[in-house]
Design a protein around this ligand. Structure first.
Ligand code: XIL
Length: 312
């Protein structure tokens, strides 16, 4: 069978996966290297992983994923420079002035995006900036600095790695609705200020049978602002145990998401958030749910895999 990454490339998009760097050997590594054209480190580039103490960086995990990608001719999607979650305790437990926070953030971006300069194709510069109603999330960053932190983050990232495509990324923005309207307005404001936003990522952590009908329309309206779009963290969860009928529905759902990206010229690619059910965050975060990825726990392809292959 033609590898999924080649089918995707022939259609002008990439097919990526999140990976766990420590697992990139054996059958897991073989599939990750052979089937996917882009890798996102699932955790290894997050702040708590790379800057465990102030100004002290540990690139071990991130380096491993980047080296694997380079050895397999894959793109890297860097994830993520600025987020409210998975921050180190020294940062969340400190008491900082807004000016100090701004400097901590820009120093971190300069260090991390600088280290991988020219080796990361897409950066999720700011992750999950919005509330469900589309307003700014009062994160460590948003609460202290307001929306201005987003512009500063993108400018710092551009300066550190001019070649990387810089993305804003969020969840529950897949459909047209209050949250995606907020994202749309935010991107418009940033572009009007000359902020170097190249793309918008849609996480697409979806529920079985609930691929939004407006997904393609939504992607297209962002593209028409003059930015790229990408599906960045696709998974489609269901209540366990999965039935054959549910796995068939999941196949149709994966195909529908791929079709939406293929239909929008500026959709750069689709990344699944883990390619095997044995490496998915869903059972840990949504108790009783899972089976959300295209390969089962034993690395055997599921109907969803065929749904992707047939659509590409
Ligand atoms: C998840 C990882 O997959 C888990 O291993 C970790 O424990 C928590 O984070 N949105 C994001 C990702 O942007 O970084 C999250 O990844 C999933 C939700």
């Amino acid at each position: 069978d033609t590898p999924l990454r080649d089918l995707a490339a022939a259609r002008g998009i990439y097919l990526g996966t999140a990976v766990t760097g420590g697992k990139l050997t054996g059958g897991y590594g073989d599939l990750a290297g052979a089937q996917f054209g882009s890798l996102t480190p699932g955790n290894e580039m997050k702040w708590e992983a790379v800057e465990p103490a102030r100004g002290t960086y540990d690139w071990t995990g991130a380096d491993r994923v980047v080296a694997f990608a380079e050895a397999h001719g894959q793109q890297v999607r860097g994830h993520t420079l600025v987020w409210h979650s998975q921050l180190p305790g020294w940062l969340t437990g400190g008491s900082w002035t807004p000016a100090q926070l701004r400097t901590l953030m820009t120093d971190h971006i300069t260090a991390e995006a600088g280290r991988y300069k020219g080796r990361v194709d897409h950066w999720d510069v700011v992750n999950e900036p919005l509330n469900e109603d589309g307003t700014l999330r009062p994160s460590l960053w948003g609460a202290a600095l307001g929306e201005s932190y987003i512009a500063d983050a993108f400018r710092s990232a551009r300066a550190a790695d001019p070649a990387a495509k810089l993305y804003l990324n969020d969840y529950s923005t897949d459909a047209v609705g209050a949250k995606s309207d907020g994202m749309y307005a935010l991107v418009k404001r940033l572009l009007a200020q000359g902020v170097p936003v190249d793309g918008v990522g849609f996480q697409a952590h979806l529920v079985l049978g609930q691929v939004p009908a407006s997904l393609e329309t939504n992607l297209r309206r962002f593209a028409e602002l003059g930015v790229d779009v990408a599906i960045t963290e696709l998974d489609i969860r269901m209540t366990l145990p999965a039935t054959d009928a549910e796995l068939a529905q999941q196949k149709a759902d994966y195909a529908a998401v791929l079709r939406a990206c293929l239909a929008v010229t500026r959709c750069a690619g689709v990344t699944v958030w883990g390619f095997t059910d044995s490496d998915s965050w869903i059972p840990d975060f949504f108790p009783g749910q899972g089976a959300a990825t295209p390969y089962d726990e034993n690395l055997a392809p599921k109907p969803a895999h065929a749904g992707i292959a047939e659509t590409l």
